[in-house]
Ligand binder design. Structure first.
Ligand code: NAI
Ligand code: MG
Length: 372
């Protein structure tokens, strides 16, 4: 029987609270579907700093490298705000991403019908929306050299300084993230739209050529289109349902994925995945986490919405464990519960009502799984 090893890193603030609900879901699949999850748990972020004096211990890093998948809650909190940069909770997360070389960041934007009125756009524009943004995560302008702020005494430069960042992409970096996007598209709507600024940036020209090369040589069956990223931003707001998978660079992806996220409503609903190269077993290195942070303002009160973390686990089922049917079930259970009107406090509309707690939301989702 296949064993799926999963390392859980609850982290700080609401991280442990939402992760407790994922545990219920994992338990349900173990008991009711006979799946063999080998779950272990460890510390990350402030919780790790408190125990080990570092936001990610070397043993934890090694366990993450060895696991089939890592599921992380959230890190950070006021208590750690004055720590030295090198041991801040966020550094634990950055170390995981860097050492696992997670170059493809997946941010789905899916509109649940019951929440369509939460969108900043009209219901007609977002109902049924289901897109996936694949953002290159390890290169581009956030990393390229040269960078920095220096003196610049060019005549006429008021202030006398210059700030520099460099957008740099190799063909290999573009090809590998393009492959991730095409692979994902094959499991969805079979369409990829690649976004760059080939009209004004050489790195954009290379991006377009390399994505096209991967398409023509390896994925001719997937429909590929190209769009300038500024037009892409307009299209996301005007008619987001035209897209299936969007692949783009680190900077444009950062902005476009946040914009797309808000088409669908609350931060408490948004999952993510970061994938790396395939391991020996053919599965990609993978880290799954909700988009939200540790929410210190509501931590410890049973107010957190666990759905973002539960949907991150659904992505884990689909992309790391190859359990697409189970992932569909879990997403269906979330949809059912929302359609029944079950709401955590962050999902309360102007019409009011009584919100459920974090734990009750988890219980409802597990009950919906049983009733499917
Ligand atoms: P945040 O995402 O933690 O919270 C923003 C707002 O959304 C808050 O009002 C919070 O109550 C609400 N919220 C977030 N998740 C929610 C959920 N599941 N259910 C209901 N409401 C939810 O971002 P913020 O406040 O900027 O940062 C708080 C801490 O989290 C900081 O220490 C920050 O560095 C850290 N952080 C960590 C991230 C991570 O672990 N990936 C990402 C973003 C922030
Ligand atoms: Mg961002």
């Amino acid at each position: 029987m296949t064993t799926y090893s999963l390392l859980i890193l609850p982290g700080d603030g609401i991280g442990p609270e939402v992760m407790a609900e994922v545990r219920k879901v994992v338990g349900w699949f173990q008991t009711n579907r006979g799946l063999n999850f080998d779950v272990s748990e460890d510390l990350v972020g402030g919780a790790a700093y408190d125990k080990h004096g570092t936001p990610l211990a070397d043993e934890t890093m090694a366990r993450a490298q060895a696991a089939d998948a890592v599921l992380l809650g959230a890190v950070g909190g006021q208590k750690y705000d004055d720590l030295d940069f090198s041991v801040k909770p966020e550094r634990g997360l950055l170390r995981l991403r860097k050492e696992m070389d997670l170059f493809a960041n997946l941010r789905p934007a899916q509109c649940f019908d019951a929440l369509a009125d939460f969108s900043s756009l009209k219901r007609e524009v977002v109902a049924g929306l289901d897109i996936l943004i694949v953002r290159e995560l390890t290169s581009g302008i956030y990393f390229g050299q040269p960078r920095g702020i220096s003196e610049d005494h060019t005549p006429g430069n008021e202030g006398g300084r210059v700030g520099i960042n460099t957008q740099r992409y190799t063909s290999g970096e573009i090809r590998r993230v393009a492959r991730s996007a095409f692979e994902l598209a094959r499991k969805r709507g079979n369409r990829v739209c690649s976004m760059e600024k080939a009209n004004v940036m050489e790195s954009g020209i290379l991006w377009r050529e390399e994505v096209q090369w991967v398409h023509d040589n390896e994925y001719p069956d997937v429909e590929l289109s190209h769009m300038y990223a500024d037009n892409g931003a307009m299209q996301l707001v005007r008619n987001p349902r035209q897209f299936d998978v969007i692949v783009t660079d680190n900077l444009f992806g950062d902005i476009l994925s946040d914009a797309a996220a808000m088409l669908t409503g609350s931060l408490g609903m948004l999952p993510s995945a970061s994938l790396g190269a395939p391991m020996e077993n053919g599965r990609p290195k993978a880290l799954y986490e909700p988009v939200h942070g540790s929410a210190p303002d509501i931590a410890g009160q049973g107010l957190a919405n666990p759905i973002a973390c539960i949907l991150s686990f659904a992505m884990c089922l689909r992309y790391s464990f190859g359990l697409g049917a189970e992932a569909d079930m879990l997403e269906k259970a979330v949809e059912t519960v929302l359609a029944q009107g079950v709401r955590t406090a962050d999902l309360m509309g102007p019409e009011g009502g009584t919100p459920v707690s974090t734990g009750q939301m988890g219980d409802h989702i597990v009950a919906a799984l049983s009733a499917l």
